[in-house]
Design a binder for this molecule. Structure first.
Ligand code: ARG
Ligand code: ASP
Length: 760
């Protein structure tokens, strides 16, 4: 055999062929691309029941939650289910030392007690359309990146102008396959979304950061919200008069649970994947980018952790921020390990070899794609110091030194004045009131000063990011400051930013006075110097090189699809609605170890550490467990199920996504992935990439038995699809109206069943 044939065989068995479970698919294309496979895997629904424009379908129950998570409607009164960690910011914002909802949980007893959340929205997708032809009209291969972009922008404007939308509808257009295709999303957005219920952290965040990204898992990661609408069920700003929203469809909840091998479908809004990166990019991520950002967050987190352990107030203030920073810190560590363990780099380079051989063998392909791989190499090499500097700048100045947030506000205030005089100043000042209030409620200058000292030092010593490092060193020299501790002391002693009343007093003066003071503030001065250097030397160039890389990536994607026409390529995630499907399935993390895909309350009890901030268990839950008081929610073996694993391909943004069974019922709530598979965003590997879900029965058990909020369960529709299958009654009618109202509701206590039989 020739080398080429060997390579092809290797590729077919590793990288090239799409592997079961892989892919985040567009719901409107399931019929054409996936329906057969899904049904072979066990799905009893048709593609039309999953996504339809003309009749109620599963998609009508799926909600983009605040733009960062997924949630689903689970009652005819707009009740929304999402993760505890998705609602965390909201739960925390209503929490005080007296009303400690993080610690004790929160359960509204009636509609009046549900809590409003300014800024939070719930977005539905009405329909999805292919607009590739219109978006690429007039675009040619000969155009420069800039020309192409301007043509695409023009086309988008025309499309939006000419599109006829219903009341309250909006149109979003997004590129797919790195700009080779475009789809439009007609959306309707509700802005009155209220907090209904949340378990205590010791359930909703059980295991916290130690267990985060890991299996076996025992977290009841859920919370409940409700959409409110105006008099005609239309989107409306918050008003006391608003009523619970009546959905087109809501998900029935299965009491039958899952078994290994069961079909599962995840519907949601995955944020971002990069499955088609070239090897050079993966190498840069492993060797340069991930290590830098891990190191920075590591330093910041150590300081936060030590302070949070000292007192309860600090813990509440920093809980949400800590969890957010820790989440990706840990993910990047796992991602790097996983990329190495799965030979991601070798797989990418082998694919590239094959690609290049095919391209070189065909003059037409060669003319179109021959330069891409060498160009990637060159561009990523040039990018290196810029991407590193940008990560330092963003992580340190943009994220982990908190006072910089206020500096940004003040800078925008001063910009608003420069642009629109006193009117601009006043307007922006007004907008600032809420965010400032929130900021200071959770701010500890004492913590921030330590973070500042530690991270400015890292900035000043950043290897491989010479120019920005020099800007920090120069600042020290120019101001005759010996070291970073001294810098922190001086800045934190003199800046107004650390004190809310001083900032408010400053901006209450005349714009001229205020801006003079702001510009004299020591932290403002330092931030300005640092930012000037970053903007001047890094930002523009970084954008430019990235633009060129994006263009190469678009052409590479087109090339892959043309060179390997028999492969089924899925479009990288881009925060649009997707369907992924797989099975309930365990995995082998290491040689000789197999993970079972199901966990139970026994595992919670085994992890229990009284008083520990991650592994404490509420007394009531211990009692319910001791008396085996599981209500209707236990398994046939009398166990209380907690979490389960599946081979569904998910990413950040899929949190809160429903796990749906073969019949269209909710069986679980997606919230995480396993440690060995966190590299799935870059190199999906079916042998170890698994998503983690909370079992719906655990959620019901906590709401009903633990919290005594049975009135919420009564709102839901509980079904027994498994037992239903043995009862054959008018299947045809049900088939025609799979989500119809004729299916009666089950009261939580009733064991009687079978309302939902899906596509039996
Ligand atoms: N890893 C999950 C996701 O990426 C859950 C994160 C929330 N939990 C936490 N401890 N930070 O969002
Ligand atoms: N926990 C993630 C989220 O918040 C989901 C994931 O990354 O698997 O969306």
């Amino acid at each position: 055999m020739t080398n080429k044939i060997l390579l092809v065989i290797f590729l077919l068995s590793t990288t090239c062929t799409l592997r079961a479970g892989e892919g985040m698919w567009l719901p409107q294309l399931l019929k054409a691309l996936n329906e057969g496979e899904m049904q072979t895997m066990g799905m009893k629904l048709t593609a039309e029941q999953v996504y339809s424009v003309n009749q109620g379908s599963l998609k009508d129950a799926i909600v983009h939650f605040g733009g960062f998570c997924t949630s689903e409607v689970i009652s005819d009164q707009g009740l929304l289910l999402t993760n505890h960690h998705c609602g965390y910011g909201q739960i925390q914002s209503h929490t005080t030392l007296e009303k400690n909802y993080l610690k004790n949980g929160f359960w509204a007893k009636n509609f009046q007690e549900e809590l409003t959340n300014p800024g939070l929205f719930a977005r539905f997708i009405v329909r999805i359309d292919d607009v590739t032809a219109a978006m690429l009209a007039g675009v040619t291969d000969k155009m420069s990146t800039k020309e192409r972009q301007s043509q695409v922008d023009k086309n988008m404007a025309t499309l939006k102008e000419n599109k006829k939308l219903g009341p309250f509808e909006e149109l979003m257009i997004r590129p797919f396959y790195h700009g080779n295709q475009y789809f439009s999303f007609t959306t309707v957005t509700y802005n009155d979304v209220r907090l209904v219920g949340a378990p205590p952290e010791s359930i909703g965040k059980f295991g916290a950061d130690t267990d985060n990204w890991e299996w076996p898992r025992h977290t009841g990661d859920f919370s409940l919200f409700r959409i409110y609408a105006g008099p005609n069920n239309e989107p409306a700003e918050y008003s006391e008069k608003n009523k619970p929203y009546a959905p087109k469809h809501f998900l029935p909840i299965s009491l039958d649970g899952v078994q290994e091998g069961d079909f599962t479908l995840i519907f949601g809004f995955p944020g971002r994947t990069n499955q088609y990166l070239p090897g050079v990019a993966v190498q840069q991520l492993i060797e340069t980018v991930n290590p830098a950002r891990i190191e920075i967050r590591d330093a910041a987190l150590k300081i936060l952790d030590a302070e949070m352990r000292k007192d309860e107030k600090t813990k509440i203030q920093y809980a949400s921020k800590f969890a957010r920073v820790a989440n990706y810190w840990k993910k990047w560590i796992g991602e790097n390990q996983g990329l190495i363990a799965t030979n991601a780099l070798a797989k990418k380079t082998n694919l590239e070899k094959e690609f290049q051989i095919e391209v070189d063998a065909n003059p037409a392909l060669k003319a179109k794609y021959g330069d891409i791989l060498p160009q990637f190499k060159e561009k990523y090499k040039i990018l290196e110091p810029y991407v590193l500097s940008t990560n330092y700048y963003n992580e340190i100045m943009g994220r982990n030194i908190e006072a910089m947030r206020i500096i940004t506000y003040l800078r925008r205030l001063s910009d608003a004045y420069d642009k629109n005089g006193k009117e601009g100043f006043d307007k922006y000042k007004e907008r600032l009131a809420g965010p400032m209030e929130n900021f200071y409620k959770n701010y500890s200058p004492k913590i921030d000063q330590q973070v500042f000292a530690r991270l400015t030092k890292m900035y000043g010593n950043a290897d491989g990011a010479k120019e920005i490092a020099a800007s920090m060193q120069n600042y020290l020299m120019a101001n005759r400051i010996r070291n970073y501790d001294q810098l922190a002391e001086e800045v934190f002693a003199k800046s107004m930013v650390l004190d809310k009343s001083k900032v408010l007093e400053t901006i209450s003066q005349s714009p001229e006075e205020a801006i003079k003071k702001i510009k004299n503030d020591p932290l403002f001065k330092m931030a300005t110097k640092i930012s000037e250097v970053y903007q001047e030397k890094i930002a523009g160039r970084y954008r430019e090189i990235n633009g060129a890389i994006a263009d190469l990536q678009r052409r590479y994607m087109a090339g892959l699809m043309e060179v390997f026409p028999n492969e089924r390529f899925w479009p990288d995630a881009n925060s649009t609605m997707r369907v992924t499907y797989g099975k309930v399935q365990g995995y082998q993390p290491r040689d000789g170890i197999t993970y079972n895909p199901l966990t139970t309350l026994d595992g919670v009890i085994a992890k229990y550490q009284p008083g520990d901030y991650e592994f404490d268990v509420p007394k009531k839950l211990l009692e319910l467990n001791a008396s085996r008081d599981y209500g209707n929610y236990a398994t046939a073996e009398g166990k209380m199920p907690v979490c389960f694993l599946g081979s569904n391909h998910t990413t950040g943004g899929n949190s809160g996504s429903p796990a749906i069974d073969a019949h269209g019922n909710l069986v679980g709530l997606n919230f995480d992935r396993v440690w060995e598979g966190t590299m799935s965003d870059i190199n999906y590997d079916p042998s170890i990439c698994r998503n983690i879900m909370v079992d719906a029965r655990y959620i019901l058990f906590i709401i009903d038995k633990y919290a005594g909020a049975g009135h919420l369960v009564k709102e839901m529709k509980l079904v027994h699809p498994r037992t239903a299958q043995s009862v054959k009654k008018k299947p045809k009618k049900i088939l025609q109206e799979p989500f119809g109202k004729q299916e009666q509701k089950l009261k939580p206590k009733e064991k009687k069943a079978i309302p939902y039989r899906g596509g039996e």
